[in-house]
Design a protein. Structure first.
Length: 121
C-alpha cells in the first residue's frame, strides 16, 4: 500500500454513546469542516437514534478521505453488524471499542473474527 493512500487521513471519527464521544472530544479528536458543507467527525448515539442514522454516519465516515480510523462502540456496532462485517477496506480502519455500560466482547469483534479465520481458528 502506498503512502499516498494514507497521507491525507489525519482524523479519527467516532460513533458512540455520549460518554465515549465526550471523552474522545476532550482528548482532541473533534473536527468540523468549514461551511457551507459543514460536517462533523463524530455521532453521539442515544436510545432515540435509529439504526438508519447510525448506518448513514458509518457510510459517510468510511467515504471521507480525511479519516484514518473510525471508532465505534461495540454495542452500537451490533445495530449495524451487517455493514461492519462486510466492510473490508484498509482505510479508514474500523475499530470496535467498549463503553462504560457495555464491556468489550472479543467474540463479537469483526476484526478479531477475521484474524481468527486467517489463522484457521
Amino acid at each position: 500500500m502506498s503512502a499516498s493512500v494514507s497521507k491525507d487521513r489525519q482524523f479519527i471519527a467516532v460513533i458512540g454513546d455520549e460518554d465515549s464521544v465526550t471523552g474522545l472530544l476532550l482528548a482532541g479528536i473533534g473536527h468540523v469542516t468549514p461551511p457551507p458543507n459543514a460536517s462533523k467527525n463524530f455521532l453521539i448515539v442515544d436510545t432515540k437514534t435509529g439504526a438508519d442514522k447510525i448506518e448513514a454516519a458509518f457510510d459517510e465516515f468510511i467515504q471521507r478521505k480525511d479519516i484514518g480510523i473510525l471508532l465505534i462502540n461495540q454495542h452500537i456496532a451490533e445495530k449495524i453488524r451487517y455493514r461492519i462485517d462486510t466492510y473490508t477496506a484498509a482505510f479508514p480502519a474500523v475499530l470496535e471499542i467498549p463503553s462504560k455500560d457495555h464491556p468489550y466482547e472479543p467474540e463479537k469483534d469483526s476484526v478479531l473474527r477475521r484474524v481468527r479465520r486467517l489463522f484457521g481458528e
